[in-house]
Ligand binder design. Structure first.
Ligand SMILES: Cc1cc2nc3c(=O)[nH]c(=O)nc-3n(C[C@H](O)[C@H](O)[C@H](O)COP(=O)(O)OP(=O)(O)OC[C@H]3O[C@@H](n4cnc5c(N)ncnc54)[C@H](O)[C@@H]3O)c2cc1C
Length: 496
């Protein structure tokens, strides 16, 4: 049944009441999920599977940032870029792929992947699992209570018998520069949804979004300048990741300037004018600020339940907000790992924890993720940066492992020593590092940089998350001649 302004209410398993004074309807559920990005959707899936009535509140598009302005569109833009780069490294094929990309076709393909920014498919899916969707802005208005204001102003109060899960995600954070709003800068939203290729693009930032979008738009025809405040790119990874990606971006024609901050931006005759602290003046058609993320918690009523609005929400390993027994914060909003796959992992755990607590059990043996603890978030988060070359890492970098007090040794190998890598790409350039815990003889972290390594990282995730002893890794025999043989080279280098 669809009622109100784009508000869907199922009546079969919920309790309704209407306040005669305010005429506000109150509807009771077992679980209320605030925000229907990938994380909210997955959490609802778990609580519905456990038989709990579940309402999902969404103010924009069901599917969230990931489907429309992040993972999906960015990877749809990058796939042809990386496929062409790979093909250009294969003798006999290279000559056929020297031409430019068909930018219009790439953008159209990206539009297809975002379903033209329509969420009908995801609505159908949520309905198919029996969750009720409420369109509108949701705010906590007290313990276990969420008030939804629909686009037409109609308000509904949803109460949760067992849990409210906040999965409102994050938004782009812009620096505090005078006049910035007036020049209409790109954030990740515009960078992933633009319908034409800017002639000149300045990218501010050196993280994942900055490097991926610089790679995509440079290949699509923009002249890209990357301005990085720090010493290099991708500074959360091993230093060689950023070095190899910067080298490749420069070779592709981009201009990567490190140790450079923006001091002012303006628009003059339609062009963006950027002045840096080094005195450079750069003109461009667009400027992308990829300068971090902020939690979407400023307007969700946290103050009504004694929490500070605007911050990341601290949680325990079952994703329950510290100091509460009914409020969960899952996905980007808790700042444990701003990645879709980690948020979905958390959603599976939080969903199982909510269901177990609702039924009075805490460790149902049937749950494959065990005792409802998001342990991987601490030690084994995998991430792929879809640049050319790709950078992929899991677990701790050498510096992080040392900081955490582990006694470790870094083992490095060039992919040039791997036969399969040479076959994959002529003159394959890339490096691998494993960080070995010398006391426990297990891996604390692994990093691969090179073409095609995104598909290799899950092998490392299994080794790190499974704490596989080095002595057993020798028996995980990589097939010849594949890039995976880098594992053998790493083990040989460790043995010495
Ligand atoms: C450019 C870019 C590329 C990325 N690429 C990748 C990638 O390749 N792989 C990867 O793993 N991660 C990637 N990420 C990260 C990924 O997008 C996020 O980790 C993921 O979207 C987080 O999911 P979420 O459900 O927590 O939040 P979101 O996806 O942000 O969803 C939150 C939802 O809550 C809704 N909402 C917010 N406030 C309210 C409210 N008050 N009432 C109702 N609804 C509300 C929002 O409208 C939104 O739909 C990328 C991020 C960016 C910016």
């Amino acid at each position: 049944m669809v009622s109100g302004a784009h508000t869907r209410v199922a009546t079969s398993h919920t309790t309704h009441q209407t306040d005669p004074m305010t005429e506000t309807e109150t509807i009771a559920y077992d679980v209320v999920v605030l925000g229907a990005g990938p994380v909210g959707e997955n959490l609802a899936d778990r609580t519905r599977a456990a038989g709990l009535t579940t309402a999902v509140v969404e103010s924009e598009l069901i599917g969230g940032e990931c489907s429309y302005w992040a993972c999906m569109p960015s990877k749809a833009l990058l796939r042809p870029v990386i496929a062409r780069a790979d093909a250009r490294r294969v003798p006999g094929l290279s000559q056929s792929v020297q031409g430019p990309l068909d930018a219009a076709a790439v953008l159209a393909h990206r539009n297809y992947y975002t379903s033209e920014w329509k969420d009908d498919g995801q609505v159908d899916w949520l309905e198919s699992i029996g969750a009720d969707i409420y369109r509108g802005h949701g705010r906590l208005t007290g313990e276990r209570t969420v008030t939804v204001t629909a686009p037409d102003g109609e308000r509904r109060v949803l109460t949760a018998r067992h849990a409210v899960a906040v999965s409102t995600g994050s938004r782009a954070q812009l620096p505090d520069l005078p006049g910035l709003a007036d020049i209409k800068p790109w954030t990740s939203r515009e960078a992933t949804s633009a319908q034409s290729v800017p002639g000149r693009l300045v990218v501010v930032g050196g993280g994942v979004v900055a490097t991926e979008m610089a790679t995509a738009w440079q290949a699509l025809g923009s002249k890209v300048t990357v301005l990085v405040r720090g010493k290099g790119l991708l500074n959360r990874m091993e230093p060689f990741a950023g070095e190899l990606v910067a080298e490749a971006l420069n070779e592709a024609g981009a201009d990567v300037r490190t140790g450079t901050s923006v001091v002012s931006v303006s628009r003059e005759n339609g062009s963006v004018v950027v002045v840096t602290d080094r005195g450079d003046r750069i003109e461009a058609d667009e400027i992308l600020f990829a300068t971090g993320r902020a939690p979407r918690t400023d307007d969700i009523g946290l103050d009504t339940v004694g929490l500070e609005p605007g911050g990341w929400l601290a949680v325990d390993d079952s994703l329950r907000v510290t100091g509460t027994d009914w409020l969960y914060a899952v996905g980007d909003v808790n700042h444990r790992a701003l990645l879709t796959h980690e948020g979905k992992y958390q959603a599976r755990i939080a969903g199982a924890a909510i269901a177990a607590r609702a039924s009075g059990t805490t460790t149902p043996a049937s749950e494959p993720w065990g005792a409802h603890a998001a342990t991987a978030d601490h030690a084994a988060v995998p991430q792929v940066v879809f640049t050319d070359p790709e950078a992929a890492a899991v677990g701790l970098s050498l510096a992080e492992a040392e900081q955490a007090g582990h006694r470790v040794r870094a083992v490095d190998v060039e992919f040039s020593s791997v036969a399969g890598a040479g076959l994959y790409a002529d003159g394959y350039r890339g490096r691998a590092r494993m960080v070995v815990d010398l006391e426990e003889e297990i891996l604390r972290g692994v990093t691969f940089v090179g073409p095609g390594v995104g598909e290799l990282i899950h092998s490392a995730t299994i080794a790190v998350a499974g704490q596989v002893p080095i002595s057993r890794l020798w028996h995980a025999v990589p097939p010849y001649p594949t890039i995976s043989e880098v594992w053998l080279r790493l083990l040989e280098a460790y043995r010495g």
